[in-house]
Design a protein around this ligand. Sequence first.
Ligand SMILES: Cc1cc2nc3c(=O)[nH]c(=O)nc-3n(C[C@H](O)[C@H](O)[C@H](O)COP(=O)(O)O)c2cc1C
Length: 192
Amino acid sequence: MSTSICVVYHSGYGHTQKQAEAVAAGVSAVEGVECHAMAVDLLHDPEATEWKTLDGAAAIIMGSPTYMGSASADFKKFMELSSARWMEQRWADKLAAGFTNSGSQNGDKQNTLIQMATFAAQHGMLWVNLNQLPGNNNSGGSVDDQNRLGASLGAMAQSNVDEGPEVAPTRADLDTARVFGERVARCALRWN
Ligand SMILES: Cc1cc2nc3c(=O)[nH]c(=O)nc-3n(C[C@H](O)[C@H](O)[C@H](O)COP(=O)(O)O)c2cc1C
């Protein structure tokens, strides 16, 4: 039986969806893993079958744009609806991981990852971090480096606010997301 990994994401304008697709591609590239990517809107119905898919997953990777310095309201709604699972600690010992995308280089998006890691801890889940050395932090570096935003807690991406999802986030950020998806999948196989 293959190990199921869910990618749950919100994206208001398509940029974080591109990041989510890159994460899912990384997950799917690992043999023995089945990837279920789902827009968080599907989970706004507490009776949706996608909740059962989450229950059966070895890992849940969360993705949200950073809106006003934290996860978007749509993503937060999913978090709050998960409280029925929390009461039973039904997701305890699953792996959890997170990614976020914002308009500014910093944009306070670290706070979104901290919010997701705290959420995972409430559920008794085990947080998988990025594990990619920071790029673009020396005189030979560039914005084309993997992990150019220097994250550790999860995967970060930045999308210029005047560019559509066909060009943003950048290839470097999508590569960062893809390699992150592979890491979570490998960790899930090891943990399972
Ligand atoms: C309501 C709202 C709040 C935002 N707040 C932030 C913010 O706090 N920091 C930031 O850098 N960008 C902020 N942005 C910009 C978005 O993070 C950025 O446009 C992102 O690419 C949107 O992702 P999406 O297309 O997946 O929705 C905000 C955008 C919106 C619509």
